[in-house]
Design a protein around this ligand. Sequence first.
Ligand code: HEC
Ligand SMILES: [Cu+2]
Length: 376
Amino acid sequence: MGDESGPGDLPPVLKDEAVPNLRSRDDRGSEAAVVFPIKRHALRGIAAVLFSALLSAHAYAIPQGTSVFSRDATPASGSFSLQLFVYTITIGIFIVVGSLGAYAVVKFRAKPGDEKAEPVQIFGSNQIELSWTIIPVLIVVVLFLTTARMIFAIQDTHEPGNSIKVTAIGHQFWWEFQYPQYGFTTANELHVPVSDPKDPTPTYLKLGSADVVHSFWVPRLAGKTDMIPGHPNEMWIDPSKPGMYEGQCSQFCGTEHAKMLLRVYVQSRTDFDAWVKNQQTDAVATEEQGKRVFESQACINCHAVKGTIANGRYGPDLTHLMSRDTIAAGAAENTPDNLRRWVENPEVFKSGSNMPAMNLTPEQLTQVTAYLATLK
Ligand code: HEC
Ligand SMILES: [Cu+2]
C-alpha cells in the first residue's frame, strides 16, 4: 500500500457519507422499454428448460438408440443411478436458488416513491458468508465421493475366468476388434454373448489406438473410455438382453469422426458360438477372376483376407465382410451395390476416409464386387 492511501481512496459506499442514488430520473423514464425484453428472455429461458425436460423425459421413457438414460449392462446402470443422484441434488439447488431469486425480484422491486429512499446498507454477515461457503463445499464433497465410489466400483471388478476378451483399436475412422482367445479379427461390429446375471459372461475390452485419440462409447452399455495411442485402457460390459446396441466415437478424431459408428450385437450363447466358428474359418473364394483383380491391386496392402496372400492391416479385415450389416463404420448398408460404389469411390459415403478411389475399370469393379460378396 502506498503512503497516500487513506479514506480519500475508498469507494463511496465505504465512506461515511450518503451514497448518491446512481440512477438519474432520465434513466427511469425508459424503464417500460427495458421490462419487455427481459420478460421475453425469461419466457424463452423457461421454454428452453421445459423443452429439455421434455427431451430428457422422452429419452428416459424410450431407452434405445444412444440415450444416456438407458441401461442394459451393469456399468451403465451404475452411472445411471449416479446421474439420478446428481440430478436430484442439482435440481434441488435450482429450485431453492431460483425461488429465492424470484422472491427477491418480486419483493424488492422499486416501487413508486422509492427514488428518494435509501436501501438498507449491509456490509457483510459472517453467518451468511459461512453458510454459503460451507454448504456448497459439503455438496461438492458428497458429489465427489459418490462419483469416486462409482468409478472404483466399475473399475475394480474381479474378471471371471469365462469372460470374453476383445482388443478394440480405434483407427481414423473405423474400429478393429481382435478376439485373442479365438484367433480372428473383425471390424466395426462387435459381437458378444448375452450375460446372464446368475452366470455372468462379461466381455472385457482392452482399448488402444492406431493413430489419434478416439473414445469408445456405447451409451446403453457403459460410459465412454478413451482410446489413447501408447496407453491401453480397459473397460467391461455385461449386457443382459440380446439385441443391437449402437455406439459412436465420442472424441473428435478428424474429418470423418461423425461417421465412426459402431454396433454391438448381443447374442445368445449358441448364436455367438456359431458366429465365432464362422469368423475363425478361412475365406472361401469362388470368384477366381475377382480374387485375381483384388490381389493384383493395392487392396492387399491395406486389407487382410485370411487364407489368401492379402494380409494388410491398415484397413478393416475383409475375411468375413458379408457377415457385417454395414460398411465403412456404419456409413452405408452392406449391399453389393453399395460395395461397388464404395470401391469405385469411397467419397460417395465418406469423403474423408483413408481409402483411396482405386480407379478400377467397370469390368474390374464388377469382378471385385462379386469376389467381395463371397466373403461370408
Ligand atoms: C491405402 C489403403 C487402402 C487401399 C489400397 C484399399 N483400401 Fe479399402 N479401406 C481402407 C480403409 C482405411 C478403410 C476403412 C474406411 C473407413 O471406414 O473410414 C477401407 C474400407 C474398405 C471396405 C469396407 C470394409 C468395412 O467392413 O467397412 C471395403 C469393402 C474395402 N475397403 C475394399 C477395398 C478394395 C476392394 C480395395 C482395392 C480395390 C481397397 N479396399 C483398397 C484402406 C484401403
Ligand atoms: Cu474416432
